[in-house]
Design a protein around this ligand. Structure first.
Ligand SMILES: [Zn+2]
Length: 381
């Protein structure tokens, strides 16, 4: 097993399925170029049969982008696969992502197939996809709620048919980290030909555990993670690219694994996707939120000004953020105020500073944040 984790970005497919998001062709291409610069391994560019726009997106990215695998999603149907094959024709390294559900729920309520029929359909889809590429990923929708023995059987047969990546989606965001880890580990240990494929985590964030589950899957032996920038996606979203990448990096002492991501490009691409998709990033979002490197309480400010590592585990430059921010509020202490005044070029005697500090506290009680302009007013009053 290698120590490289492949990053499969699905911002343009699963992410674009977020309610309210509609990206134009040129916006998709702009994001595609940024994803290549960031260093992702695979870009899932769309679901070609679903609409002319998706077809065009996959085709355009396949033609324009180099140094990355371009993937198109299909159902386990010949027509879907043919359309994806056509859209991907000019890609340097095309990948077809096909598959179908494996949980009893999906088999009965959605697919209306027996287990045997579903297995045969999946195997045939893989064989058909091989007409277009040897790079085939097979997804088992709703694996998180499926019977493991049936999952093992499906994995064994689709690998025999030619699948090289096996996606184990927790489609409904139902699982938890230990369980998802055991699911992946169980597949790898129980499927005789599991060494011939890479296993992939695809998690959703319905219970806020997508990142944790994905990392659980990686500990269980998965070597591909399916993620979106800012975690955008249906319902509560997908696994967030920046969180998984930074967790693997910051805790490399535990994981001992690497990605090809240039981490200093994380914040720029987060802002790009937020701007183009119209999906705001919450201020307290891990890694890329506006407040992620901001400190407002006096005790924390004092610590960070003495040594950043006291309250920060990620150096802001590492993800492309400007620097740690000291936010002045009513909870800030003398140290934070003195530091900011010095940055603005002001120096005072102790007596004058005490006076200013008292004025500052009065002002801070009436506002959520005291900005540089407020401080200039305060000093010149
Ligand atoms: Zn999904």
């Amino acid at each position: 097993m290698t120590n490289r984790v492949l990053v499969f970005d699905t911002t343009l497919r699963d992410g674009e399925q977020s309610p309210g998001v509609r990206l134009s062709m040129s916006q998709k291409l702009e994001i595609g170029h940024a994803l290549v610069d960031l260093g992702v391994d695979v870009i899932e560019a769309g679901f070609p049969i679903s609409s002319p726009g998706d077809f065009e997106a996959v085709q355009t990215l396949a033609r324009e982008l180099r140094g990355v695998q371009i993937c198109g999603l299909t159902r386990a149907r010949e027509k879907d696969i043919d359309v994806a094959g056509e859209a991907l024709k000019d890609a340097e390294n095309p990948r077809i992502h096909t598959g179908l559900g494996v949980s009893q729920n999906h088999l009965e309520n959605k697919l209306r197939m027996s287990r045997e029929q579903a297995l045969e359909t999946g195997v045939n889809a893989v064989k058909h996809a091989r007409k277009y590429t040897d790079n085939i990923e097979y997804f088992m929708e709703d694996s998180g709620r499926a019977d493991p023995d049936y999952v093992y059987k499906v994995v064994e047969e689709v690998i025999k048919a030619g699948a090289t990546t096996i996606n184990v989606p927790d489609t409904t965001g139902y699982t938890y980290p230990e369980e998802y880890r055991a699911l992946i580990q169980g597949i790898i240990n129980n499927v005789p030909n599991s060494d011939q494929a890479i296993f992939s985590c695809h998690c959703h964030n319905d219970l806020g555990m997508a990142t944790a589950n994905t990392l659980g899957g990686v500990l269980g032996g998965a070597r591909q993670v399916e993620v979106t920038v800012n975690g955008i996606g249906e319902r509560a979203g997908n696994t967030s690219l920046e969180e998984v990448v930074m967790a693997l990096y910051i805790r490399r002492d535990i994981f001992g694994l690497e990605t090809k991501i240039k981490t200093h490009k994380l914040l720029p691409i987060s802002r790009l996707v937020s701007r183009l998709s119209g999906m705001m990033v919450q201020r307290n979002k891990a890694v890329v939120g506006a407040n992620a490197y901001a400190h407002s309480s006096g005790i924390h400010q004092d610590g960070v000004l003495k040594d950043r590592s006291t309250y920060e585990i990620i150096a802001p430059e590492l993800v492309g953020a400007e620097k740690s921010e000291i936010i002045l509020t009513a909870r800030s202490g003398r140290h934070g105020l003195r530091h900011r005044l010095a940055e603005l070029g002001f120096g005072f005697t102790e007596e004058r500073f005490e006076e200013l500090y008292n004025h500052f506290l009065v002002m801070a009680d009436t506002k959520s944040e005291v900005g540089d302009e407020d401080l200039r007013d305060l000093v010149t009053k």
